[in-house]
Design a protein around this ligand. Structure first.
Ligand code: SF4
Length: 494
């Protein structure tokens, strides 16, 4: 089984499939290319070596708006989403463009002319997956001629959503395995659940909560301390992202000229606070104070604020937690922050419970459907995040495993058919606001399941996941992260 930490990763915006995945793929190829060149050191003249990149399908169609070009250049230059700061990424890209030179893998300078060496094949799709990229390490016969180039290395990578990346061999194995993740025998865990029904049955027979079951699985790879530290780190990144979003005003990048809304809403929501907080962390780190929340529905405004803040940061290329994707990165932090701010007795243990339970549900979608909008539309992004967040909150509300499964099911059932149609290919409209809807819907789902339900319900989570998968398969390509349909073609240019 894959780990919940394969789902929750630190990444950079704006997209897990179109930014994080391509950066990871480019970085892997750069490492391979550097190893190849070093192994044959004396034979190559670096000034005659270059990289050719081809982007296919959805990556080619919406890659400009999703910063795929930036991700490819940064990855080839040795950057990785989890470890490189946004300013390091933009500096390496700026340098490569100005100097028309890539520092391959951060080590070997080679010529790279983006206009000719990076190709957007908008009419071509690889049969294995709509998000495909091909890299070639090429020796030119002379600096001036592109004819007669010799290909030294070639590899295809597939960005299957949520930052997951497979090379050609891995993709073949994935397709043959009839599941959405490759599971090797070395990945053995005590509770290898493949469906929600198996997850519940294992919890019942072992007498464990979902959180405890995930803990047992994760402890085959990490110590309890490492698990806690990693979860602390994820919450820290989420919280700081909310803070930055609430403090950064101005326009988001791109031709839509979208104005950031979070800072103004934060000011409005805190205007009557006697001790005015500088950022949401001033409230989130000290729980259960008597804040002057006069309007009960203002809690929803805070949830929307948290989601807007994260997704505006994501749209600006900031650091986010892929949860389970970047486009949907605001839903889980918003619902978790809601729990931390408004629930009596909310604490760090509850935060762990939330993320582990949400992770358990996310693994089911990853295994049995997909997190890729290019395959599933937005139901695979915001829909999945809503389902995961509903489960996490239900666990924190003291829900039984049946109520948690019910909450996750409600969270997806009412996102079925949700299309992906970002205007001008930018992860901004409808994406940013859509996260507020996903987050508030998740809270409603958890409340319905835990406060007013007993765990018995009509549609099982497994049925709804399979329905989502079938709906994604049947959905027309123009609604699957291509910007060829929906809002993307109906929003008239001013
Ligand atoms: S519409 Fe949904 S799936 Fe598509 S880019 Fe926006 S958030 Fe992602």
């Amino acid at each position: 089984m894959i780990s919940i930490f394969d789902l929750f990763k630190v990444g950079v915006g704006p997209s897990s499939s179109h930014t994080v995945g391509p950066m990871v793929g480019a970085n892997r190829f750069a490492q391979q290319a550097v190893a190849f060149l070093k192994a044959n050191g004396a034979r190559w003249d670096p000034s005659l070596i270059t990289i050719e990149v081809e982007l296919y399908g959805s990556l080619a169609l919406t890659g400009i708006g999703h910063a795929t070009d930036m991700a490819i250049l940064a990855g080839l230059s040795g950057c990785l989403p989890a470890t490189s700061e946004p300013h390091e990424i933009s500096e390496s890209v700026k340098r490569a463009r100005e100097e028309k030179t890539l520092r391959l893998g951060g080590e070997i300078p080679i010529p790279f002319v983006e206009a000719t060496d990076l190709k957007w094949l908008r009419n071509d799709t690889m049969p294995e997956h709509p998000n495909a990229m091909r890299f070639r390490l090429v020796e030119r016969m002379s600096p001036a001629h592109s004819q007669g180039n010799r290909v030294l290395l070639e590899e295809d990578y597939f960005s299957t959503g949520g930052g997951f990346v497979y090379d050609r061999a891995g993709m073949k194995e994935l397709l043959q395995s009839n599941a959405q993740t490759v599971e090797s025998s070395s990945d053995t865990v005590p509770f290898p659940f493949r469906s929600a029904a198996e997850l519940l049955a294992m919890c019942r027979s072992a007498g464990l909560t979902m959180e405890q079951l995930i803990d047992a699985n994760e402890q085959t790879k990490r110590t309890p301390l490492q698990i806690s530290e990693q979860l602390d780190h994820l919450w820290d990144v989420m919280r700081k992202c909310i803070d930055r979003g609430c403090q950064s005003s101005g326009l988001l990048p791109g031709s839509l000229r979208v104005v950031r809304r979070a800072p103004k809403i934060f000011q409005q929501l805190t205007v009557r606070f006697p001790a005015k907080p500088q950022c949401p962390s001033d409230l989130l780190l000290v729980q259960n104070q008597n804040h002057p929340f006069t309007d009960p529905l203002q809690q929803l405004d805070w949830v929307s604020l948290f989601a807007l803040a994260v997704n505006e940061e994501n749209a600006a290329g900031g650091k986010v937690v892929t949860a389970p994707t970047n486009g949907a990165a605001g839903v889980i932090p918003a619902v978790l922050a809601y729990y931390m701010l408004f629930y009596p007795g909310a604490n760090r243990e509850g935060m762990y419970r939330f993320l582990k339970t949400a992770g358990a549900i996310g693994l089911l979608y990853k295994r049995n459907a997909s997190l890729s909008a290019a395959e599933m539309g937005c139901q695979g992004e915001v829909g999945v995040a809503c389902s995961m967040a509903a489960a996490g909150l239900a666990a924190c509300m003291g829900g039984t495993i049946e109520q948690i499964e019910n909450a996750a099911e409600i969270g997806m059932e009412h996102n079925l058919g949700l299309t992906c149609d970002p205007v001008r290919g930018l992860v901004q409209v409808p994406c940013i606001e859509r996260n507020t809807m996903g987050a508030t819907k998740a809270i409603n789902a958890a409340r319905l399941a835990v406060l007013y339900g007993d765990g018995q319900h009509f549609v099982s989570l497994d049925r709804v996941i399979e329905t989502m998968r079938q709906t994604g398969v049947d959905m027309q390509v123009k609604y699957k992260e291509t910007s060829l349909g929906g809002l993307a073609v109906n929003v008239v240019d001013c």
